[in-house]
Design a protein around this ligand. Sequence first.
Ligand code: SAM
Length: 206
Amino acid sequence: MFALTDVDLDRRILGCGDGPAAFNAAMTRLNKRVVSVDPLYGFGGGEIRQRIDATHDLMVERAREAAERFVWKEIRSPEHMGEIRMRAMGEFLADYEEGKRRGRYLAGSLPRLDLPDGSFELALCSHFLFLYSAEFDAAFHVESIVEMVRVAGEVRIFPLLNMEGQTSCHIAPVMDALRERGLTVTVERVNYEFQRNGNEMMRVQS
Ligand SMILES: C[S@@+](CC[C@H](N)C(=O)[O-])C[C@H]1O[C@@H](n2cnc3c(N)ncnc32)[C@H](O)[C@@H]1O
């Protein structure tokens, strides 16, 4: 999703909107430094499990209905997607309480990060910005990205599609607004593609 290199993985990484994903747990096992921020972390592990369990069947059903919008390759089917998601959540939950104690899972919401300037070297955001373009306007996106740049210097966002699988209507105005603020913005192709045509990330640098 983010074209991460070995050098990138040695940077101090901030994951924004990481949710119940396994990236933080997996990186911690490799002695990497990842902190995740998400409003979800205001809840306990039991509550998060309940919420994910409760949405499993609906997610699989929705993917089945919109199957043509996805590339079924590494993820072979909607059922396989459901299994992968539940496995990732299991890995996340096994790490969650300990990670929370160590400050690796922080409850918080963009567009504000309660973190000092330059306290990270790379911020990643997958399947939140641009995906929920109907719920969050361009100004929210600009504010969130500027905030992530303040904290981490470089931001990568994936994918650039909305929920319907179309390029987000915010891409062009957000890129213009970020450039007006003197930031460097590029759109780059990446290897990962699950949403059809969702194989690009945005890189924003101070
Ligand atoms: C579809 S999930 C993506 C999870 C993970 N990044 C992934 O790619 O699998 C979207 C996440 O965005 C989080 N979220 C919602 N509002 C947010 C906000 N204002 N700031 C940061 N994260 C938010 C949700 O709690 C949820 O965990």
